[in-house]
Design a protein around this ligand. Structure first.
Ligand SMILES: *[C@@H]1O[C@H](CO)[C@@H](O)[C@H](O)[C@H]1NC(C)=O
Ligand SMILES: [Cu+2]
Length: 184
């Protein structure tokens, strides 16, 4: 019994090491909690070097938001409104990892998330000083509340000194581009 306990602890340690590696929520897992609508919103990451286009997306629950990556080394990470350029403090931020490096044209892979509720989703590129330069975006901004606008979020982002890269890739899927012309 005692040695079994030791074995269990070792197994848990091994499992903990594995789960620290990048993981992804699949659309299949997501569809357990929301019904997918089949609608995809494409966003270009890296337009004019460091912008998102469109940077303001209105999506329904069950829609997919899909980022396509232009040169050179961009990434997608979730923040809250008041603290741009850094991940959520509760560790739940989605983060695509830096998996889209390309010197020209768009990267072969895209990043997808499923919209699970109608709350605003604020996000940024944690590469270099892109967030400070305005590489930020929102899904489902509340347009009737000017205190929480995308332009205000950009102002707050420009005032930060550095960007923080989230520690864990999670909360979405990195997949081969299913929609090469999406967003272009
Ligand atoms: C992309 O940027 C990230 C964050 O700065 C860095 O860790 C990574 O090495 C970069 N990748 C390449 C290929 O430059
Ligand atoms: Cu970037």
């Amino acid at each position: 019994m005692h040695s079994f306990g030791t074995f269990t602890i070792l197994s848990l340690a091994a499992a903990a090491t594995i789960s620290a590696a990048p993981t992804a929520t699949t659309a299949e897992e997501a569809s357990n909690t929301v019904t997918l609508t089949g609608v995809t919103h494409s966003v270009i990451a890296g337009l004019g070097h460091s912008l998102f286009d469109p940077d303001n997306v209105v999506a329904d629950i069950g829609d997919v938001v899909e980022w396509h990556f232009l040169p050179q080394n961009h990434s997608i990470a979730q923040s809250n409104f008041a603290e741009p350029c850094q991940p959520l403090s509760d560790g739940t931020s989605f983060f695509s990892g830096f998996n889209f490096v390309t010197q020209q044209n768009q990267a072969p892979d895209v990043f997808q998330i499923v919209v699970k509720d109608k709350n605003p989703i604020w996000y940024y590129c944690p590469g270099q000083i892109h967030c400070q330069e305005g590489m930020v975006g929102v899904i489902n901004q509340q347009f009737d509340n000017p205190d929480f606008s995308l332009s205000k979020y950009k102002e707050l982002a420009a005032e930060t000194r550095i960007s923080i890269v989230p520690p864990v890739q999670q909360g979405g899927d990195v997949i081969a581009n299913p929609n090469p012309l999406g967003g272009f």
